[in-house]
Design a protein around this ligand. Structure first.
Ligand code: PLP
Length: 325
């Protein structure tokens, strides 16, 4: 068993490991020998759960250590990271400003409403342009500074090297849970948007001496665009932890993106129904259903075999988000 305690400041948001469970009926329905297990990051404790709480333990820790008193972050209107930043800020006694990509909906979507319920101030850009979002973030931070506040700005998805430490610990946690059950995981399948979760898991599994594949099913940028960012983060996390990962271990699968970020696909809808009707577990159309569809395809085509872990990264409120397509 590898235990590792990062030196970086950490603000506790988790109560313990997320559940790791077999999906017996789902595996049987796939009609292959693969055994599918699920890592229930969606059951992490705050505000409908989700993997990004792990990043926020280190980001809020860093913010508090720097003497910040307000968190500023940004993302698409369905951003789970934004919702969870609002929750983490509430836990840490910090104000939170969220900058969400517009254009504004006629009525705010569920993630925005939950963010507001958690006490965050929400700003929505007029257009879908990324440049507009970035400039609004810097204006919000400037206004806060001018008002005597000490803002801490968190990048999209909380996926830099500090946040990524949380995902390294998730990789170590998985290795320990598998070791407790005396089996080895052959592959982990997860949704990849910024690639931060994938990078951290790879480094964590490497630290635990595990050679499980980590397959990121792309849901936003395609693999060709995402790969350099994941390579960089893997390298940075490798330097921080002293454990280098061969970049050839970064596997990205573009097979479920469909028409792009936040646009549902039939394969993802089918995957959602199968998991719901065999196991009573819900996934969301933006992230986790696409990863699950990728897992089902891999298992059926036998490119994935043995014990395959579905990384349920959370995002369940996305089921209620109005989407195109
Ligand atoms: C539910 C869910 N799954 C997966 C991801 C993708 O994680 P990453 O940005 O680390 O690739 C996100 C990112 O926001 C998410 O909210």
């Amino acid at each position: 068993m590898t235990t590792w305690t990062p030196d970086q400041p950490r603000f506790p948001l988790l109560d313990g490991p997320s559940p790791f469970q077999p999906l017996a009926r789902f595996s049987a329905a796939l009609g292959t020998d693969a055994e599918v297990w699920i890592k229930r990051e969606d059951l992490l404790p705050l505000a409908f759960g989700g993997n990004k709480l792990r990043n926020l333990e280190f980001l809020v820790g860093d913010a508090l250590a720097e003497g910040a008193d307000v968190l500023v972050t940004s993302g698409r209107r369905w951003s789970n990271h934004c919702r969870l930043t609002a929750a983490a800020g509430a836990r840490g006694g910090m104000d939170v400003h969220l900058v969400l990509t517009g254009p504004p909906l006629e009525a705010p979507g569920p993630n925005q409403l939950i963010g507001e319920l958690l006490g965050a101030t929400v700003h929505v850009t007029a257009t879908a342009e990324r440049a507009e979002r970035e400039s609004l973030v810097s204006n919000v931070a400037d206004d806060l500074r001018a008002a005597g506040r000490r803002p801490y700005v968190i990048g999209v998805g909380g996926s830099g090297v500090i946040g990524g430490l949380g995902q390294v610990l998730a990789g170590l946690e998985l290795a320990e849970q598998a070791a407790d059950r005396s089996f080895s995981v052959s592959a982990v399948v997860l949704p990849s948007a910024t690639g931060g979760t994938q990078a951290g898991l790879l480094v964590g599994l490497e630290m635990a001496g595990r050679d499980a594949r980590v397959v990121g099913v792309t849901v936003a940028a395609p693999a060709a665009e995402l790969r350099p960012a994941v390579e960089l983060l893997v390298a940075d996390l490798g330097s921080l932890t002293g454990r280098a990962v061969d970049p050839r271990r970064i596997e990205l699968d573009d097979g479920e993106r469909g028409d792009g970020y936040g646009i549902p696909t039939h394969a993802a809808d089918d995957a959602t129904r199968l998991l719901a009707r065999t196991e009573g577990i819900l996934v969301d159309p933006i992230y986790t259903a696409k990863a699950l569809a990728g897992l089902m395809r891999g298992v059926r085509e036998q490119s994935l075999a043995g014990t395959v872990v579905f990384w349920h990264a959370g995002g369940t409120p996305g089921l209620f988000e109005p989407l195109d397509g």
